[in-house]
Ligand binder design. Sequence first.
Ligand code: BJW
Length: 220
Amino acid sequence: MLTGAGISAESGVPTFRDADGLWEGHRVEDVATPEAYDMAPTRVLRFYDERRAALARVEPNAAHHALVRLEEVLGEDLLVVTQNIDDLHERAGSRHVVHMHGQLLSALCRVCEGRVPWTRELVDHPPCPGCGHTELRPDVVWFGEIPYEMDRILHVLGSAHTFVSIGTSGAVYPAAGFVQHARRSGARTIELNLEPSEGSMWFHESHQGRAGELVPRWVD
Ligand code: BJW
């Protein structure tokens, strides 16, 4: 199972590439890079501070809850690989979740690579409790960086019976290539998205609609 921003849209979390997906007129490609952080750290930290504040005001929706019901049946045979940095899968109750693009509520020390819970504004960040340096950055995967847990994800894709992609545009690699990998390995591939994604030709089934309706219908 691969999820993207579209699964959280009905919770009130903006997507990246839909009409309202810009942040102060910036494309995500211009904010979510190590270069943008080095050039304008305060601007990038504000981007994440605002999203963290907004996350506290939203709740999981019917699509997140449906995946919890599926996990109750499938147990560890269901792995949710999410590109989202929100915690809505966990708050709904999913237990087997991989955050391949990191997490909004975590900061990463650039010196010792230790992780620290990030609950307030990182603009006024405290020192790293591990090494004492103040080089904390958002614990997220920017363009040009390697997504987390790729070995585990590729292993699971190689043996999956079914691959389902929910609410992602298929514009960002390597996640956009997962469908081909799973299909080549023999999985049935299913897409549930508001519109056909960029890779919709790779899916055996492509269903269009809102995740809050499509996912519960598919699960139940
Ligand atoms: C609904 C809905 C509703 C709305 N119901 N649906 C191959 C070719 C070309 C380029 C590359 C390539 N390989 C790598 C690259 C470079 C680059 C890349 O992909 N660039 C592209 C722009 C072309 N990739 C990278 O740099 C990646 N790293 C990498 O490849 O390292 C090399 C390597 C990999 C593996 C092994 C070894 C080496 C890193 C990419 C990091 C992406 N980071 C971000 C930011 C994370 C932190 C943050 O959140 O701020 O991740 S960018 C942003 O895009 C974020 C998202 O997770 C990601 C994907 O977006 P998503 O989720 O698809 O959202 P949208 O908005 O695009 O789409 C939403 C969809 O939902 C739409 O289709 C809507 O219709 C739909 N929707 N409402 C259902 N209610």
